[in-house]
Design a binder for this molecule. Structure first.
Ligand code: B16
Ligand code: MG
Length: 217
């Protein structure tokens, strides 16, 4: 039986990808090349440093390890300026009511995000108190598709991986959940998120009881 839900942040709870896009584009333009929405798509679920290394490769730019760190810090300053202004209005449809339905269904709740800014985003949007456990980019050493982020969540919640369901919008995250031997619900397009157990366009109208019912069939 399912005992815990583990949520990805960007793309499931809020759409911070638009802010990542603006900040990465500004950085790329500063370095003399462009950065497209399609490229931004490929960075979903990928850590900050791995993202930057991909972008520098696309731009054909070589930097020392020290310069890469400085550029990552600069991008993050721009990004944090934007997410500091986030409010509860930016929570994606259905998220609050699904989170509110977890307690009465006896389901524990964890965040499993690659972002080092996850706590700030949850604070700004007023969602912190819904989560029993927060595992983010500050606690993990390897990026999704490695299962570390989700396995840590299960461990801290004291449930087995097989008792967890992950909600994920990124291919790397769906692979991470599968690698953790967890069930996974893809949020987005079915044609893209092929390996998920099932795919929803968003969380609108979903309650914990409904999801459990469907998973146990
Ligand atoms: P930060 P998620 C991920 O969040 C984003 O999808 C990805 O685009 C970003 O590079 C990564 O967090 C790191 O974010 O720079 O804030 O540490 O989808 O795993 O919640
Ligand atoms: Mg995501």
């Amino acid at each position: 039986t399912i005992k815990a839900f583990i949520f990805d942040l960007d793309g499931v709870i809020v759409d911070t990808a638009v802010y990542h896009f603006k900040a990465w584009k500004k950085l790329a333009n500063t370095l003399g090349f462009d950065f497209t929405e399609a490229q931004n798509e490929q960075l979903k679920g990928i850590s900050r440093i791995d993202s930057l290394n991909l972008i520098l490769g696309w731009g054909g730019v070589e930097k020392t390890a020290k310069e890469v760190q400085e550029l990552a810090t600069l991008k993050n300053q721009w990004y944090v300026e934007m997410i500091n202004k986030m409010t509860a209005q930016e929570i994606l449809p259905g998220v609050q009511s699904l989170l509110s339905s977890l307690k009465s269904a006896g389901i524990k709740c964890a965040l499993g995000s690659a972002s080092k800014n996850a706590s700030l985003i949850l604070e700004r949007t007023g969602l912190t108190s819904f989560f029993d456990v927060i595992v983010d980019g500050n606690e993990v050493s390897v990026s999704k598709p490695n299962p570390e982020v989700f396995l840590k969540g299960a461990q801290l919640l004291q449930v087995a991986p097989q008792q967890c369901v992950v909600f994920e919008d990124a291919l790397a995250g769906i692979e991470a959940a599968k690698n953790a031997d967890m069930r996974v619900i893809g949020i987005g397009e079915e044609s893209i998120l092929k390996n998920a157990d099932w795919v929803l366009p968003n969380l609108e109208g979903q309650s914990a009881a409904q999801i459990l019912n469907k998973l146990e069939k």
